[in-house]
Design a binder for this molecule. Structure first.
Ligand SMILES: [Zn+2]
Length: 297
C-alpha cells in the first residue's frame, strides 16, 4: 500500500463520522411559543380585547403565531404543548360559515374504541359541497388510503386550522387563498370510513379541540359572543388536555407506501432514521415492504 493510499484511507476514516453526522443532524426547527405567550406581544388589544394581530399574515395566515411554520407535509407539524399556549385567545369568528348542508352529527370527538377521534363526524351525501369556514389559505391537500382519504387542511386568518376529510373530490390546491364559504371539495366516503361523512377537526397551534365547544351543530352557528369572537381557553376549550397527553405517549405506526424509505418516514414524523431503527429493531439498510407497519413513536 502506497503512502497516498494510506493517506486517503486515513482522511476518509476521519471524515466519515462527520459525513454521517451531517446526514442525521439536519437542523430541525422545533417551534415553541413559550416566548410568545409570555410577552403576548402578538395578541394585541383591539377594542379592549386581546386579539391575535399578525403583520405577516399577508405571506401566510397567522404566520407569526405559528412561528413561521408553513408545510404541506403534516397535519400538526408544530409540537406546541397545550401548557405553553396562551391562557385565552380571542378568535375572530365574524366571517364564520358552517361547512356543509347537513347538521347530523354521527360521531363525536374523543376516545372511540381504542383510538382518539380528533374531530366530529357529520353525515352527508356523496357530492355535497364542503365549504371553508373562514377566510384563509390551503396548507395541506393529501390522500390517505387507510386514514383521512382525500383531505384538506386550511389555515385561517384568525389563527384556527381545520382538517376536513373523507372527501370524494378536492377542489382546491396547496397555497390557494380561500374565502369564507368558498367550496373546497365534495363530500365522500374515501379513506377509513364506513359511510359518507365529513370528518371535521378544529385545531389551534396544532392541538385539536372538541368542535362542539365552538360550533352549535344543530343551529349550524358559531358559539361566539355578541361581537363575533370565540375565546379559546386552556381551562375550557382544552379541558381534555390530559387525555391528549396520554395519546401522545402511546406508540404510533406508519404504514409503508410504494417508494417510501426510512428517511421519508423520519422526515414525515420529525424523527431520525436512527430512532426509527431503534424502535423497530431493524438496520438502516433494511428494505421496506409496502404495507409494512413502522413504529415512529
Ligand atoms: Zn371522524
Amino acid at each position: 500500500m502506497t503512502i497516498r493510499h494510506r493517506l486517503i484511507i486515513l482522511i476518509t476514516t476521519l471524515l466519515l463520522p462527520l459525513i454521517i453526522n451531517a446526514q442525521y443532524k439536519i437542523p430541525e426547527y422545533s417551534p415553541t411559543i413559550e416566548d410568545l405567550s409570555d410577552s403576548l406581544e402578538f395578541f394585541m388589544p383591539i377594542e379592549g380585547r386581546l386579539v391575535y394581530n399578525d403583520s405577516l399574515a399577508r405571506i401566510y395566515p397567522a404566520y407569526e403565531l405559528y412561528h413561521y411554520s408553513w408545510t404541506p407535509l403534516r397535519v400538526n407539524p408544530y409540537h406546541v404543548s397545550i401548557d405553553s399556549m396562551p391562557d385565552s385567545v380571542y378568535i375572530d369568528c365574524r366571517d364564520f360559515v358552517y361547512p356543509v348542508k347537513s347538521n347530523l352529527v354521527t360521531s363525536d370527538y374523543g376516545w372511540r374504541w381504542s383510538r382518539y377521534h380528533h374531530g366530529t363526524d357529520i353525515g352527508l351525501n356523496v357530492g355535497d359541497t364542503i365549504r371553508a369556514m373562514f377566510a384563509g389559505r390551503v396548507r395541506v391537500v393529501d390522500f390517505e388510503r387507510r386514514g383521512y382519504g382525500h383531505y384538506v387542511v386550511i389555515r385561517y386568518n384568525n389563527g384556527l386550522e381545520t382538517v376536513m376529510a373523507h372527501m370524494s373530490r378536492v377542489l382546491v390546491n396547496i397555497d390557494q387563498d380561500v374565502k369564507a364559504g368558498q367550496i373546497i371539495g365534495l363530500g365522500g366516503n374515501t379513506g377509513h370510513s364506513t359511510g359518507p361523512h365529513l370528518h371535521l377537526e378544529l385545531r389551534f397551534l396544532g392541538n385539536s379541540f372538541n368542535p362542539i365547544k365552538m360550533i352549535d351543530f344543530e343551529k349550524k352557528s358559531c358559539l361566539s359572543d355578541k361581537d363575533g369572537f370565540y375565546i379559546i381557553t386552556k381551562s375550557n376549550t382544552y379541558k381534555h388536555k390530559e387525555e391528549l397527553k396520554n395519546i401522545n405517549t402511546q406508540a404510533s405506526y406508519h404504514r409503508v407506501r410504494a417508494g417510501e424509505t426510512l428517511s421519508h418516514i423520519a422526515r414525515r414524523y420529525h424523527t431520525t432514521v436512527r430512532k426509527l431503527c431503534q424502535l423497530n429493531h431493524i438496520k438502516e439498510s433494511k428494505l421496506l415492504q409496502i404495507g409494512q407497519k413502522i413504529r415512529y413513536r
